[in-house]
Every structure is written in C-alpha cells, then in structure tokens.
Design a protein around this ligand. Structure first.
Ligand code: ADP
Ligand code: X2W
Length: 291
C-alpha cells in the first residue's frame, strides 16, 4: 500500500510540472557520445514521447560527430578540428549529410515510431528547416581561419516546426543548414540546438550527453554542480574547468539564455529517465544553468 501511495505521489508531483509546461517548446539535443549507446537512445526517445504525450512540444536536434569521424576514416580522410569545429571540405560535407540526415536522423524517427510516437525528420534531404551562413573565425593573430563548409544557424522555418508540433509529431533535426544559395553547411550540433531554442522561444534547452552534468573537477563525478549562473560558467570556461566538448555546449547555452530561453539543462543520456526526472520532478538530476 505504501508503495502504491508513493507511486501516486510521483504522479501528483509531476502534475504541477505537466501543467506548467503544457504547450511549451523544449529543444532536446542528443550528442554523438550518447548516440553510441542504443539502450540510452531508446530510453531517451521514450522520455521525449512521454513529454509530447503530456502536452509539451519537444524538438529533437542531434549531432553525430563520432559517426562522421568513422565515415571519414572509411573514406580515407583524416578529421581535422579547428577551434572545436570540423574542417569540412565538399567530400566531408557529403559524408556529414549522409550520416546525419539520411542515417542518424531517419533511424531516430523510425525508433520513435516503433516506440509508439509520431515523428518526422526535417532536413536537407526532406523538408529543410535550418538556414545559415558560413562561419568566419580568426586565429589568435586575427588572421582568417579556413573552416570550409562550416556554418551557423541564422534562421528556421518556424511555421513548419509549429505546425509539426501542433499535430503531435516530434520533429527531428540534424545539424546541417542550407545557405542562401542552397549549399550545405556543417553546423556544430550544440550551437544548432541553441539556435533552434532561441528562434522558437523555447522554455528549455536540454543537452543529453555522456556525463551527468558539469564537474568542478573534470575527472571526479562527486564534484557535479547542480546549479550554475552565466557568470560562474564564464569563470569555469576561463580557468579551464570546463574544457573540450563541454565548451561549445556551455557557450551555446549562454547565448540561448541571453535571448530569453528559460533554462538550460545538461544531463546524462545514460541515466535511465534522466529527462523525465529533470523536467517532471522536484529532483534535478544534472546541471541547470540559469540567467
Ligand atoms: N567540467 C566538465 N564537466 C564534465 N564534462 C566535461 C567538463 N569539461 C570537459 N568535459 C568533457 O565534455 C564531454 C562532453 O562533450 P562531448 O563529448 O562533445 O559530448 P556530446 O557528444 O554530447 O556533444 C564529456 O564527456 C567530458 O569529457
Ligand atoms: C562543424 C562541426 O564540427 N560539426 C559537427 C556536427 C556534428 C556534431 O556537432 O556532433 P556532436 O553533437 O556529436 O558533437 C561535426 O562535424 O562533428
């Protein structure tokens, strides 16, 4: 009986959050590290289906950096990263498009359908949503850095996203954009997710990664921080506590917060139902970043 009552309490606790987030957009970013574990992916997708079923409007944005690197190795191309971005020549762009749009995105859509949800892949080879421009970076001496076909998102087809979500269909977007001439651009998936969150006025942006959140000591999970402000994040980037793949994630998070996205969460895709616990319970499981 006690067990039954505690289960009912979980539902009652969730009710408050379900009401609060009804019809609100949440952008969920699934990273390449998380995508490598099929069980985690299935569990995360079933959480996303739950969110849609209880009235939220989830939009899934995904990367797949590790798979692109594997695809390049098969094609005999050595991956090269400049300031965390993959140098992308035409051949690499074709590999990225094939792997992200045709393979990973379509596989996520199929899995959502198998799990009982409705979903559609919106991308360069179906209905494109993300438009962008070529990214111009400078090195420490102020000289232009050639990144090839690397871009950033400047616009989204928000009407298509609204209509898709209103119809109860979960949109899945790979991080490839089209420029004004219809040319493909390889976009870092963290920045793509933040841009979508920003342009759709999302309530939340959730990064599903392969760590439970941000650690104060990169190698010690016991140092997980539950709550960070923008200024504290900047300090942690400056002193090197936040490094490697976490830097673009947190920088993208800060940009999204600056333009009104309510809250950012960084959680572990491998922790069962971390998404549901983070959104629909009083118990936060990862790191939240607030303005
Ligand atoms: N302070 C930190 N706390 C936690 N992880 C960190 C930190 N600094 C760097 N990292 C690294 O960031 C990685 C997550 O980024 P990344 O591998 O790019 O993930 P994704 O594929 O989800 O985008 C972690 O696996 C970890 O190695
Ligand atoms: C320009 C650039 O670097 N694009 C990324 C896009 C994929 C990505 O970001 O995937 P993760 O989320 O797995 O890191 C890349 O080619 O790896």
């Amino acid at each position: 009986m006690n067990d039954a009552i505690s289960k009912a309490k979980v539902l009652v606790e969730a009710l408050g959050w379900i009401r609060k987030f009804r019809d609100r957009y949440v952008v969920v970013k699934l990273g390449g590290s998380a995508l490598d574990d099929p069980d985690s992916v299935r569990r995360c997708l079933s959480d996303v289906i739950f969110m849609e079923a209880v009235g939220m409007r989830p939009i899934l944005v995904h990367g797949g950096g590790k798979s692109i690197s594997r695809g390049m190795a098969e094609a005999g191309i050595e991956p090269r990263f400049v300031q965390g971005r993959r140098y992308t020549d035409e051949k690499t762009l074709e590999i990225a498009k094939k792997i992200l749009a045709d393979e990973i995105c379509e596989s996520l859509v199929d899995q959502i359908k198998t799990l009982g949800g409705k979903s559609v892949g919106l991308h360069v080879n179906s209905q494109n949503v993300l438009t962008g421009q070529q990214l111009q970076l400078e090195d420490e001496n102020g000289a232009a850095v050639d990144l090839g076909r690397v871009g950033y998102v400047t616009g989204i087809r928000s009407e298509l996203l609204h209509a898709t979500c209103r119809a109860g269909v979960i949109p899945v977007l790979p991080s490839i954009a089209l420029d004004a001439d219809g040319g493909g651009l390889n976009v870092n998936a963290d920045t793509a997710a933040a841009a979508v969150a920003k342009l759709i006025n999302a309530e939340k942006l959730v990064f599903l990664s392969d760590v439970p959140g941000i650690y104060l000591d990169k190698d010690d999970p016991a140092t997980l921080v539950q709550h960070l402000t923008v200024s504290r994040c900047r300090e942690l980037i400056a002193d090197g506590t936040i490094s490697t793949g976490m830097v673009p994630k947190v920088e993208a998070a800060l940009e999204a917060l600056e333009v009104g996205v309510g809250k950012i969460h960084i959680i572990d895709a491998g922790t069962p139902h971390s998404l549901l616990l983070e959104i629909y319970s009083n118990l936060g499981v990862g790191t939240e970043i607030v303005a």
